[in-house]
Ligand binder design. Sequence first.
Ligand SMILES: Cc1ncc(COP(=O)(O)O)c(C=O)c1O
Length: 467
Amino acid sequence: MRLLSRKATCNTHGQDSSYFLGWEEYEKNPYDKVKNPNGIIQMGLAENQLSFDLLESWLAKNPDVSGFKRDGKSIFRELALFQDYHGLPLFKKALVDFMAEIRGNKVTFDPNHMVLTAGATSANETLMFCVAEEGDAFLLPTPYYPGFDRDLKWRTGVEIVPIQCTSSNNFRITESALEQAYQDATKRNLRVKGVLVTNPSNPLGTTLSRNEFDLLVDFIKDKETMHLISDEIYSGTVFSSPSFVSVMEILKEMNPNDATKIWNRVHVVYSLSKDLGLPGFRVGAIYSENDAVVAAATKMSSFGLVSSQTQYLLAAMLSDNKFTKKYISENQKRLRRRQRMLVTGLQKAGIKCLKSNAGLFCWVDMRHLLCSNTFEAEMELWKKIVYQVGLNISPGSSCHCSEPGWFRVCFANMSQDTLNVAMKRVKNFVTDSTGAECGSSSVSFTKSFSNWVFRLSSRDHRAPEER
Ligand SMILES: Cc1ncc(COP(=O)(O)O)c(C=O)c1O
């Protein structure tokens, strides 16, 4: 008999991914301009710290809200006792209005079709529990957010089958890649329960095109037990054209025959972790027109409720339409400026980024810096960048990218000064490493790197053209 459960001891959580190990390395030696100027700069964390001043200034102007008062009277006791898993009606109304505002009010959301969750992490897992059984599969376009291995698979037993997207068309979803993923799943005897997309994409920083949506809709339309989940956690970060198109807008514009076939199989995931920069508040949501999904997810939300004081505070903030409008546009402006800084900084070092219009990161092409076209070479380069250059960025392999040499680099979780330091380090590294020997890195690795684990699991580690 085992002391602990299989779940507690299994290795499918994904914490051995370079994505998470990079964070650990950063924690051991974090950069500080004064106290640790040679430390590691964290560029592997998709946080949005660019607009905190706007939130803080709203809080300063509305002291009653953070003091948990209504009309000057304390509502501490009311909030301390509230535990309804349907959520505070005022908050749900404010949140759906905020989501509509981000989508230019082209679509509206009904609060009765929304389930609150402790972040998008919980929303995604809850949806898996609602629509799939252990051993079923979801198809996900690559590269994808490394946390999905934990969120979608770990506790649910659901499998992820990659839709392999490539640089040849800027990582867009194609019909053949979608079909191939479906066949791969079938070969593995997995029942495909749907497709999950992140729109805008983490890690690409791009929005889905209407053409890609058409493919996805065509794919699930006649497969009656398949769902389309759209994780729209970055919807408010779209800072340049093309503008953001939500799956709900696609549904609304679809011909009624097709819409009737799929409307109750389309679900949206949202959270305030990125658009409002509040991952610590743990506020997420599932939006679905399917009453059975909403009812089941509501019951499941007992395991990950949003605290009532958080709901109260954010209900007041998001109900202030003047503030939300200004916040959304100013935040986008700041993100655009930051993205430009990163893109031009890397350009000066001869490094290109995928053209992006959203997100808190760029998808960076460092293929020319690899010693060989392999994932081993990608790891080698990554270790140099972490230890020699002092930047924690996320290797494409941690995002299940099918081509070595791509990295996700975040730009919104640090000050402008720190980003400048990072860009100087990259420039020096590229200049110094011209003609450097491959495979002879003088880096001394810490223990966790000695038994390195690639996150490509069942896949061949060689680049596609070498297979
Ligand atoms: C695509 C995507 N989904 C979900 C999450 C989890 O977000 P939350 O903090 O709301 O749980 C993240 C966080 O990085 C993400 O990038």
